[in-house]
Design a protein around this ligand. Structure first.
Ligand code: SER
Length: 316
């Protein structure tokens, strides 16, 4: 049976890279994109306008297209969530609850994005285990933790096939990040190419788990395509690739751009960064469904500089 896929948050940081892969796999006509705001002009695909908070809109869309899989990515990120915690709760929680309810009524397989933000300052910060202290201090983290519990509940209670990973900071040249704490690891490349300098909003010794987007997309497709028995964790899997300090990233860029300079001016996002792990133990994703990352710091930096330079030059 061919799949009919619904993607929420299709034009966000992950969606921008995931949608073309899904379109390649299933055909453009079989990938339905639920857009709320910021719908790009001339986008080649099936776009429906709507809001994940509107349950009836979602239900009629899912019935109209006979959806068989949902990638639920629509979410406010950590820094934006701190600016508007009420909205973060509303979008992140009510959106997910609507998706889970309608998916379980219609036997739809669901992917949902969780995050390293489920961890907090009481969590062991190095090689953070899958099962550990979860006391997030951001509204974003609170919604991701509650969301994980909700996913597992729907799996246990209604046998809903819901799968999830805790993404680290994601680095891509395609979409600019929107309102996250890990955004500096993307912004720094724009600074390097456009101005040969960058002012970083976290301290130089800040180490966070990160991942090049191609790895993240591969992980997303791998977990969704794995046999059901292999998915043993129904909250969300730890997922890791590389960890580096802001200074190490600066030094890596300098290997190719010797005059590049960075100033460090930490703002309120430093507190969020300090509450998250430095490195993640993702051995269960590796053993349960065969996860392996491919991009290390050097490979990621090289490709980011090359591709982003190409993109920014083409825009001129
Ligand atoms: N990149 C996200 C953020 O910084 C983490 O999930 O909010």
């Amino acid at each position: 049976m061919s799949e009919k896929v619904l993607v929420t948050g299709p034009f966000g940081q992950i969606g921008t890279d995931l949608v073309p892969e899904l379109q390649k796999r299933h055909g453009k006509e079989n990938v339905i994109l639920l857009g709320h705001r910021h719908i790009p002009e001339n986008f080649d695909g099936v776009i429906e306008r709507g809001d994940v908070r509107n349950r009836e809109d979602l239900r009629s869309l899912i019935e109209k297209y006979n959806i068989t899989q949902i990638f639920h990515l629509a979410s406010l990120l950590s820094a934006t969530g701190e600016k508007n915690p009420q909205l973060a709760w509303d979008v992140n929680m009510n959106g997910l609850k609507n998706i889970l309810d309608i998916a379980s009524e219609n036997d739809i397989k669901v992917f949902w994005a969780s995050s390293i933000a489920v961890f907090g300052s009481t969590t062991p910060r190095d090689n953070t285990p899958q099962r550990t202290i979860l006391e997030p201090t951001t509204m974003y983290g609170v919604t991701k933790l509650a969301g994980e519990m909700l996913c597992q509940y729907y799996f246990l209670k209604y046998c809903l096939d819901v799968r999830s990973v805790r993404y680290p900071g994601l680095i891509s040249y395609k979409a600019e990040p929107g309102g996250g704490t890990t955004d500096y690891a993307v912004d720094i490349f724009y600074g390097a190419i456009m101005e040969n300098k960058y002012t970083c909003f976290v301290r130089e010794d800040t180490v966070l788990p990160m991942m090049y987007m191609d790895d993240a997309i591969r992980a997303t497709l791998m977990i969704m395509e794995a046999e059901k028995e292999k998915i043993k964790i129904r909250t969300s899997y730890n997922l890791a690739a590389i960890s580096f300090s802001a200074k190490e990233l600066e030094e890596e860029i300098k290997k190719q751009m010797v005059d590049f300079s960075v100033e460090y001016e930490p703002d309120e996002r430093q507190k969020i960064a300090d509450s998250w792990p430095r490195t993640i133990d993702d051995s269960e994703a590796r053993s349960d469904w065969g996860w392996r990352h491919e991009f290390d710091l050097g490979k990621m930096t090289k490709i980011m500089l090359e591709k982003l330079r190409g993109k920014l030059t083409a825009k001129k």
